[in-house]
Design a protein around this ligand. Structure first.
Ligand SMILES: Cc1cc2nc3c(=O)[nH]c(=O)nc-3n(C[C@H](O)[C@H](O)[C@H](O)COP(=O)(O)OP(=O)(O)OC[C@H]3O[C@@H](n4cnc5c(N)ncnc54)[C@H](O)[C@@H]3O)c2cc1C
Length: 440
C-alpha cells in the first residue's frame, strides 16, 4: 500500500473514563483520528485512589504517562491484619521491582484521569489530538450506518465504535442484545481519603502511616478495610468493603454520600485505633459504592463496534484490576488496528481484539470474584470446600492465592501479546490468500 493510500480510521469512543482515554491515546499515537463522547458536563474523576499494578503501569508508561511524575507512588509494603490489630503478615514489596517488569504503583484517580486526558488531547504528542465532546450522552448505536446516537439526536458515524461507557454501559446491550445490566453483587464499599499529616499528628492513629507506600488490608470474616496512600504519599485512601443486601439499581444511587454513623457501626468490631481512624472521615466526603457484577458476556463485539473496560467486564475491587484491565483493552485495541487497516477489515480485527483479551480478562475477573468477601467468610479455600476455615494464624488462603495469581497477572504485557496475535493473524491470512491463488 502506498503512503497516499493509507487512511487513518475514524474512531468514535463512548465514554472518556480510564479505558476510553487510554484507547484514545493508543489510537491517536497509531495515527488514527479519535473522537470521544462523554456524558458528563466536565471531565471529572472520583476523589479516590487506584492501584496501578505492574501490568498496567508498564502500558501507561509506554503511552507517555510516567505515574511518579503525577503523584504515583510505589507499593513498598503489603500487610494483612486481623480485626484486633494483630499482624498476619507483612511483605517487603520494594523487591517486586525484580519480580515484575514494571513498578507496582498507587495513584489518585483524579491525577491518573487528568494525565490521560492531557496526553489524549496534547498538540505536541504523536498523531492528531483526540477531540472530546462533553455533555454528550450516547443513547444508542446504529450498526448499519456505524454511527453513535446521542441523547440530543445527533448522529456521528465512524469506522470503529468503542463502547467504553463503564459499568452501566448503554452500548453493552446494543452489542450483546437483551438485558445484560450489571447486578448488585451483595457487597458495597465506603470510600474516602484522609490527609496523612492528620493521621500522623494523632498518636492513636500514627501507627497506620508509620511506613510510606504501605498497602494494608484489615480482614474480618465478612468485611474488610483496604488502606493505601496516593498522591506523593500525602493522602490515605480507604475502601471499606462489607456485605450489603440493598439494591441501589439507579445510577443516581451509586457513589452517593454515605452515612458516617452507618459506616462506624458496620466496622465497630475492629480494634479501637481503627475506629479512631475511621472516625476521622469527613462526614460529607464518604461515598458509598454498591459493587456491581456481571457474568462473562457471550461477546464483546458486533460488526465494527467493540466493548472495553467495565462495559465488557465490570470488576469487583478485590485485586485493584478493573482500571488495569480497561487499560490493557485500550492498548490491545489499537495494537490490532494499526495505521493502514482498511475499514472492511475492522470487524475481523475487533474479533481478534476479543480473542486477545477475553480469556485473560475473564480469568482475572473470576479470581477477583473468588477473593471477594462472602457470607461464609474470607478465609475459605479457593480450591477447597467453601466455608472451610483456614488456619487461625498465617496468611489467609485468599492472600496466598492472590500472591500466586499475581505472577500471571502482573507479568503480562497486553501490547506485546496483541502485537504477536496480529502478526500470527496476518501470517495466516497471507497463507490463506496464497492457497487461494494456487487453486486458481
Ligand atoms: C470500590 C472500587 C474500587 C476500585 N479500585 C480500583 C483499583 O484500585 N484499581 C483499578 O484498576 N480499578 C479499580 N476499580 C475499578 C475501576 O474503577 C474501573 O474498573 C475502571 O474505572 C473502568 O474503566 P472504564 O473506562 O471502563 O470505566 P469508567 O472509568 O467508569 O469510565 C466510563 C466513562 O463513561 C462515561 N459514560 C457512561 N455512560 C455514558 C454514556 N451513555 N454516554 C457517554 N459517556 C458515558 C462515564 O461518565 C465515564 O466517564 C475500583 C472500582 C470500585 C467500584
Amino acid at each position: 500500500m502506498s503512503s497516499s493510500e493509507i487512511k487513518p480510521l475514524r474512531i468514535l469512543i463512548s465514554g472518556a473514563g480510564i479505558g476510553g482515554l487510554t484507547a484514545a491515546i493508543a489510537f491517536r499515537q497509531a495515527g488514527h483520528s479519535v473522537k470521544l463522547f462523554e456524558k458528563s458536563r466536565v471531565l471529572n474523576e472520583l476523589g479516590a485512589a487506584m492501584h496501578l499494578a505492574p501490568n498496567a503501569s508498564g502500558l501507561v508508561r509506554r503511552l507517555g504517562l510516567v505515574p511518579e511524575m503525577k503523584g504515583g507512588i510505589r507499593v513498598e509494603w503489603v500487610s494483612e491484619y486481623g480485626t484486633d490489630g494483630s499482624l498476619v503478615f507483612e511483605i517487603d514489596a520494594s523487591q517486586t521491582t525484580d519480580k515484575y517488569r514494571h513498578p507496582w504503583q498507587l495513584m489518585h484517580r483524579v491525577d491518573m484521569h487528568s494525565a490521560l486526558k492531557e496526553i489524549a488531547v496534547a498538540k505536541e504528542e504523536r498523531g492528531v489530538p483526540a477531540a472530546i465532546a462533553t455533555s454528550s450522552r450516547v443513547v444508542d448505536v446504529d450498526f448499519e450506518e456505524n454511527a453513535l446516537i446521542l441523547e440530543n439526536g445527533e448522529r456521528h458515524s465512524g469506522d470503529v465504535i468503542i463502547g467504553a461507557d463503564g459499568v452501566r454501559s448503554v452500548l453493552r446491550s446494543a452489542v450483546v442484545g437483551g438485558n445484560c445490566s450489571a447486578n448488585p453483587s451483595g457487597q458495597s464499599a465506603f470510600r474516602f481519603l484522609l490527609p496523612v499529616s492528620e493521621i500522623l499528628a494523632d498518636p492513636v492513629t500514627a501507627q497506620f502511616v508509620a511506613k510510606t507506600g504501605k498497602l494494608q488490608v484489615w480482614m474480618a470474616d465478612d468485611k474488610r478495610i483496604v488502606i493505601y496512600p496516593c498522591r506523593y504519599n500525602l493522602l490515605l485512601n480507604f475502601v471499606c468493603c462489607h456485605l450489603d443486601a440493598r439494591n441501589c439499581s439507579h445510577e443516581e444511587d451509586w457513589g452517593q454520600d454515605a452515612n458516617k454513623a452507618e459506616m462506624l457501626d458496620i466496622f465497630k468490631d475492629f480494634f479501637p485505633p481503627m475506629i479512631a481512624l475511621l472516625s476521622k472521615a469527613p462526614a460529607g466526603e464518604i461515598k458509598h459504592w454498591q459493587l456491581l457484577d456481571l457474568p462473562a458476556l457471550p461477546t464483546w463485539v458486533k460488526g465494527n463496534v467493540a466493548l472495553m473496560g467495565d462495559a465488557a467486564h465490570p470488576f469487583l475491587p478485590y485485586q485493584g484490576q478493573g482500571g488495569a484491565q480497561a487499560i490493557e483493552d485500550g492498548v490491545a485495541l489499537a495494537a490490532v488496528l494499526p495505521l493502514g487497516t482498511k475499514k472492511e477489515d475492522v470487524a475481523d480485527r475487533l474479533k481478534l481484539y476479543q480473542e486477545c483479551r477475553y480469556e485473560r480478562a475473564t480469568r482475572v475477573q473470576d479470581v477477583t470474584r473468588m477473593l471477594g468477601i462472602s457470607p461464609t467468610g474470607n478465609r475459605e479455600k479457593l480450591n477447597g470446600k467453601p466455608g472451610t476455615p483456614a488456619r487461625a494464624s498465617g496468611p489467609t488462603t485468599n492472600s496466598i492465592a492472590a500472591g500466586q495469581f499475581a505472577e500471571y497477572n502482573y507479568n503480562h504485557d497486553a501490547y506485546v501479546s496483541a502485537c504477536e496475535k496480529l502478526d500470527q493473524f496476518l501470517k495466516e491470512e497471507k497463507e490463506r490468500s496464497e492457497d487461494k491463488r494456487c487453486l486458481i
